[in-house]
Design a binder for this molecule. Sequence first.
Ligand SMILES: Nc1ncnc2c1ncn2[C@@H]1O[C@H](COP(=O)(O)OP(=O)(O)OP(=O)(O)O)[C@@H](O)[C@H]1O
Length: 300
Amino acid sequence: MGILVKNISKSYGKVTALSNISLDVKPGELYGLIGPDGAGKTTLFRILTTLLIADKGQATVTGFDVLSDYKSIRNSVGYMPGRFSLYQDLTVEENLNFFATIFGTSIAENYDLIKDIYVQIEPFKNRRAGKLSGGMKQKLALSCALIHKPKVLFLDEPTTGVDPVSRKEFWEMLKRLQQKGITILVSTPYMDEAALCDRIALIQGGKILEIDIPKAIVGHFLKPLYNISASNMYSLITSLTHYEHTYSVFPFGEFVHYTDKREAMNVEEIKSYLVQQGLTNIHIELTQPTIEDTFMELAK
Ligand SMILES: Nc1ncnc2c1ncn2[C@@H]1O[C@H](COP(=O)(O)OP(=O)(O)OP(=O)(O)O)[C@@H](O)[C@H]1O
C-alpha cells in the first residue's frame, strides 16, 4: 500500500493545475515526479498530504483516503515542502524538537532514523535555521520530516537551490532511507536526477506525459538524434531553427540536439547548409537520447 492517485483534477479559478492525473507508487519505491515550474507538482503533493482538496478523483496514501482518513495520513507521512518548512528564528535543535513534539515523540526516540543526516548539521545545532546554507537547511528540513518515523515521505523539489555536491549527497541519503522501507515520492525539475529514481512520471501543464522506469523512458524517443556543434552557438541555433528540414533543435550543454523531419537525413547536406550560413568548425554526430530529450519531445 503505497500511494494511489486516480483521475485527480484541480483548478484554481481559471487555471487548471492538474488534469485527470493517475499514478501509483508501490510500497518502498523511490518515485520521481519530473516537470518544470508550474507543472502541477506542488498541487499534487498538497492534495496527497491532505492540505488541499481535489476537485475530482480519488487518492489514497498507505491505504488511507485523503478525504475520509486525513488524520491517519497526517500521522504516517513526512512532508518536506519546497519552501518555508523551517522556522527561521528557531535554532537547528529547536526546529527538530518542535517537529518531534507536535508528533508526540522526541529526538532521542527516533534518532536512529535521522542519525546519518543529523550528524552533519549537529555541530551547528545552536545556529538559527535562517542562517544556514542551502544544503544544511535541506538536511534539517529532511530530519524534521523524518522525526516521527513516517511510512511515506513527500519531498517537493528538495534539491532546488542546492549546490551539486549537496545534491549528490542528498540522493545518496534518499537511497538509504528507501532501504529502511520508506516509500518516497520526490519532485524535481532536474532531468539528471530522474535517472536516480526507480520509476518516474513526466508531468507538464497538469498532465502526465509518460510513466516508466528511467531506462525505458528514453526508449520512447524514436528519431535519430544528433549532437551538432560549431564556432558560434547562437547562430548555429538560429540557422537550424530556420532550416526547412528541422524537426527539433535545442541547446544541450556544449552541443545542439537536433532531429530531422526526413526519414533519411544527409549529414553532408546539413553541413553545407551551415557553411552557407557562415558557420565554421562544424561537427555532427549521432548521440543517445536522454530523459530531457524525451521530455521535450513528449511536451512538443
Ligand atoms: N493558490 C494558487 N492560486 C492560483 N493559481 C495557482 C495557485 N497555486 C498554483 N497555481 C497555479 O497552478 C499551476 C500549478 O502550480 P504548482 O505550484 O502546483 O506547480 P509546480 O509544478 O509545483 O511548480 P512550482 O515549482 O513553480 O511551484 C501553475 O500554473 C500555478 O501558477
